[in-house]
Design a protein. Structure first.
Length: 155
């Protein structure tokens, strides 16, 4: 009795990794339920839209968000304490009544994304600009909330 066959079974990835089939099944199930769990449907913005990068400097936070195909007037930004909300709307393309969609991956409709910030920001000191489909936001920390260096005196 051979424990490790030398036939075609040995070259089968499922023979080498008995959990490969389970992982593939799990991935397929996740993909099938994604519209229900992410709140997205074909043509509508998925959860986590828009894609965002955020980094922190000494006294401010910089954030970029990808919003291709939007106009600046279609985007709203609000900030309250330590939460930034980016929202907007993209109109669906006008197609003929008899048109048949073959592929529809670009989202349209309303979207809103709230992002927790690492500290409270001064709403009066938020700068935003929209260049080539990328929203750039700089959020400043209030002066009174900034860390201060405390001098330690010797006795």
């Amino acid at each position: 009795m051979l424990l490790y066959p030398t036939s075609a079974f040995a070259r089968d990835p499922f023979f080498r990794d008995p959990f490969a089939a389970l992982r593939r099944l799990h991935d397929e199930i996740d993909r099938g339920f994604a519209p229900l769990t992410t709140g997205s449907a074909p043509g509508h913005a998925p959860a986590g839209f828009p894609a965002v990068n955020m980094w922190q400097g000494e006294h401010s936070i910089a954030l970029t968000a990808e919003l291709p195909g939007f106009k600046a007037e279609d985007i709203d930004i609000s900030v309250k304490d330590d939460t930034l909300t980016i929202s907007g709307q993209r109109s669906s393309p006008e197609v003929g009544e008899k048109a048949v969609w073959h592929l529809r991956e670009r989202p349209f409709g309303r979207f809103a994304r709230s992002i927790g910030l690492p500290f409270r920001v001064d709403a009066e000191k938020v700068n935003a600009r929209f260049v080539n489909g990328v929203l750039e936001i700089e959020l400043s920390r209030p002066e009174e909330d900034r860390p201060r260096r405390i001098e330690v005196k010797s006795a």
